[in-house]
Write a protein that binds this ligand. Sequence first.
Ligand SMILES: [Zn+2]
Length: 247
Amino acid sequence: MPDSLSLPVDQQRVAVAACTRMFHHLKILDHSGHVSVRLPDEGGFLIQAVAASRGKLEPKDIFTLSLDGDILDGPTDTVPAAEFHIHSEIYKARPEVNSVLHAHPKVPILFTIAEGAKLIMVLNHAYRWRNGVPVHPDSAHIDTVALGRDMVATMGDANAVLLRAHGIVLASENIQSLLIDGIHFDRNAEALFEATSLGKPIPMSDAEFDIFEARFDRAKHGAKLWHHYATSAIEAGVMPEAWRDVI
Ligand SMILES: [Zn+2]
């Protein structure tokens, strides 16, 4: 399997559309939110048009933007997603990040609106966020450079940030990893929420995370879940079959 970061831009557009449709099928994306990928050689990044349906996103609905937000390529009858600054400011500050998700899934957001609630890590795959998930206090849209920078300052070197009363932002090394991170972030929040009704949740310990990480093959897991959730989306009739093998 080729490194997804080195794929031609046409295939990267298909990958963004495929990942978006999978997240929509999983109800992690709904009417808003977006997936992006960084292009190599300072070619900017790909992000969808503002109003294009997440469940029917097509490669032609995807813009290429510079990290300064200039349109380099894309549709001429619409504009990019208004919160693209979430993505561009992370790419400017975090060279190891090549794919970003912004979404508004219900359960993770609950941990930003209930007094005293804290999103702790209770499942093994939550090792990505073992050092904690900061909560950005600004609940309004992140639609300027300055607001994006503020959010990145809150995020620091974490792999996720919660936006209070608004949503989540996840940062990953490629789009396959972003898919698994999106799924496991949501699962951890749901498991924590449900476990609370049974008893005091037990956080994963550093020792447990160390053992999990030592035995975990992230690339293999990413390929497996991409195949599984793409197949589910194809069987549900919400994604073309040819998109499964784009990466
Ligand atoms: Zn948002």
